[in-house]
Design a protein around this ligand. Structure first.
Ligand code: SAM
Ligand code: SF4
Length: 331
């Protein structure tokens, strides 16, 4: 029987599900979590391991092929290795990745690889310990140890992500590119998206991709890379190969670049069971009642409803106000 294909009404194939397994985190990134954030969801609302696997099973049955476990920080959830293993074993699942801040990666990289995890995205906003701490509140040496453990564990793909902030980490751009190139890891730079407090998201903190590219051009020659040729990933990034360093650099310009929404193949499930068809739109559909009191068909109906209402484009440029900070959505 051919695998089912799931498409939004405008024809976009949607086959990538990001599942947040917690809204909690062991860091406090300026751009993600409001200072003094107290909006933690209740334990009772958080999906159980079995509910997460059920959502993934039904999604795979509908046509989702690629899965990502995220958060908050997914590695703070006990049972993360088991959840990954159980999703990987589901029929139809072709890829399972994880997004992490890397703080707990050193211990967990090898067991997660054994459980079936195919790739890891690690947030790395600076190499300099003081700058890293200023952005995240954490200790960069633990992240770097985690990246080495992931390399040793033999992941097919380890991508590094940096959110750009003016006056905060722009001097880290080139050191990060060199660090990533030396390890053959794609390095991605992301424009600050309006997903947390207003004071962090003001104009003066915003560092556009175009300016970042000027820094790269001052050091090296850039050639655009066609995704299809290199099979780099499923996300919205555009990639460049740097001639002399050999670095592969991805850029995600959600605010200043041409809209990538026409290629969007994703939906998100929050840790409290809300299905979100678009990161840049507050629209969400509650899976919990169907998961806790309904049948598989009821859960599938929520997916179909969300798919039918998938926004054509994000609202980041339109004074979008997130109802939840990024940590409670799932990156
Ligand atoms: N804790 C994990 C981590 O840090 O990678 C996974 C969750 S985090 C919300 C996922 C991704 O979202 C990270 O790469 C982070 O840098 C990115 N992110 C968070 N807030 C953002 C914002 N306001 N603008 C752009 N990217 C953001
Ligand atoms: Fe935590 Fe990741 Fe958000 Fe940073 S970006 S606060 S590490 S969830």
């Amino acid at each position: 029987m051919p695998a089912p294909t799931l498409a939004a009404p405008d024809g976009r194939v949607v086959d990538y599900l990001r599942i947040s397994i917690t809204d909690r985190c062991n860091e406090r990134c300026l751009y993600c979590m409001p200072e003094g954030y107290k909006g933690w969801q209740s334990r009772a609302d958080t999906l159980t391991d079995d509910e997460i696997v059920r959502v993934a099973r039904l999604a795979a049955g509908l046509g989702f092929r690629k899965f990502r476990v995220t958060g908050g920080e997914p590695l703070v959830r006990k049972g993360v290795v088991d959840i990954i293993g159980r999703i990987w074993e589901l029929p139809g699942v072709e890829m399972i990745g994880l997004s992490t801040n890397g703080i707990m990666l050193e211990k967990l990289a090898a067991p997660m690889r054994q459980a079936g995890l195919t790739g890891v995205n690690v947030s790395l906003d600076a190499l300099d310990p003081t700058i890293y701490h200023r952005v995240t509140g954490g200790d960069v040496s633990r992240v770097l140890a985690g990246i080495e453990a992931a390399r040793a564990a033999g992941f097919e793909r380890i991508k590094l992500n940096c959110v750009l902030m003016r006056g905060v980490n722009e001097q880290e751009i080139w050191p990060l590119v060199e660090y990533a190139a030396a390890r053959s890891c794609p390095m991605r730079f992301i424009e600050l998206m309006p997903l947390t407090r207003r004071d962090v998201l003001n104009e003066s903190n915003f560092f556009p991709i175009a300016e970042m590219m000027e820094i790269l051009r001052a050091h090296d020659e850039l050639t655009p890379v066609e995704k299809e040729k290199e099979q780099i990933g499923n996300g919205p990034a555009r990639y460049y190969r740097l001639k002399h360093t050999g670095a592969l650099v991805g850029v995600i310009g959600a605010l200043t670049e041409a809209c990538f929404c026409e290629r969007c193949n994703k939906m998100r499930v929050t840790a409290d069971g809300k299905l979100r068809p678009c990161l840049g739109d507050a629209l969400e559909f509650d899976l919990l009642p169907a998961l806790r009191g309904g049948s598989d068909e009821d859960v599938i109906a929520v997916f179909q409803n969300a798919l039918a209402r998938k926004p054509l484009a994000h609202g980041f440029r339109d004074v979008y106000q997130p109802a939840r900070p990024m940590t409670a959505i799932g990156g």
